[in-house]
Design a protein around this ligand. Structure first.
Ligand code: CIR
Length: 253
């Protein structure tokens, strides 16, 4: 169960955020409305949400998930793979210091975006992406093992982050995009397969027995419900324009 979440209000400079999408520039006012609904939905699931001030120096700073990995045993600050995002970690350090007396850290030359890390009970799957390098993954596995946890790496194709294509919904239930269907590490999960034309729907979040999904992907939402999950759908259009999904917008613990 999650009691807390940390989010950050999008900054106006989000329009200069990193993206590979061809969906156009985000509408800032609409992004703020979507972000407020995201917060309200987390709160409706019983989560207390800390909202950090926007940081105009960091266009992608609303995607707080990438800056830290929070486990039940420890919190780990990352060294984000994109140069323009490294400075986002400083204020997350301050926010997490209120909850954790000791913070672990991924250090250069290791890089890691926590969007590449998927927690399944005590095990952490780490995607080797353009943002997360083998050294970053190695450091993370060493930190996890020091705290009685474990990690393994996952080869990735062209998607941004591991959790762009995978979402764990507890009780062995796994949303999976087609690019991961052949991966041996995921064969034993109860898979909810996402059609390629709805690939954005592969990023969803389990929050206290509800699953928050992106609105507008009816086949995927129906498949998630058929697997026994109660869904809450949110319009994410302005964050999708920056390659960001539901998980990216919060740190949940
Ligand atoms: C980036 O490219 O870093 C941002 N525009 C999107 C980050 C999305 N975060 C995530 O998937 N965890």
């Amino acid at each position: 169960m999650f009691s807390n979440a940390i989010v950050r209000t999008p900054c106006k400079n989000m329009v200069s955020g990193i993206t590979t999408s061809t969906l156009g520039s985000p509408n800032y006012d609409l992004a703020i409305v979507q972000h407020e609904r995201y917060i309200a939905t987390l709160e409706s699931c019983g989560v207390s949400v800390t909202v950090l001030d926007k940081e105009e120096d960091y266009p992608d700073s609303t995607f707080v998930e990438d800056t830290a990995l929070i486990t039940p045993e420890c919190a780990i600050l990352t060294n984000p793979g994109a140069l323009s995002r490294k400075g986002e970690v400083d204020s997350i350090r301050d926010a997490l210091a209120e909850h954790y007396s000791e913070l672990e850290e991924i250090k250069a030359p290791g890089t890691l975006d926590a969007g590449d890390v998927m927690m399944v009970a005590n095990h952490y799957y780490i995607g080797l992406s353009a943002r997360t390098n083998p050294e970053g993954a190695k450091q993370l596995i060493a930190i996890l093992e020091a705290h009685g946890l474990s990690g393994s790496t996952v080869a990735m194709g062209s998607i941004l982050h591991l959790k762009t294509g995978l979402s764990y919904l507890e009780n062995n239930s796994l949303i999976i995009a087609s690019g991961f269907l052949q991966e041996a590490q995921f064969k034993s999960f109860d898979q909810i397969s996402i059609p390629d034309e709805e690939s954005y729907a592969a990023n969803a979040i389990w929050v206290n027995s509800k699953v928050i999904v992106a609105a507008g992907f009816p086949t995927s939402q129906a498949a998630i419900e058929l697997a026994g999950h109660e869904t809450l759908a949110l319009n994410m259009s302005e964050f999708q324009k920056l390659d960001g999904g539901l998980s990216c917008l919060s740190l949940r613990f």
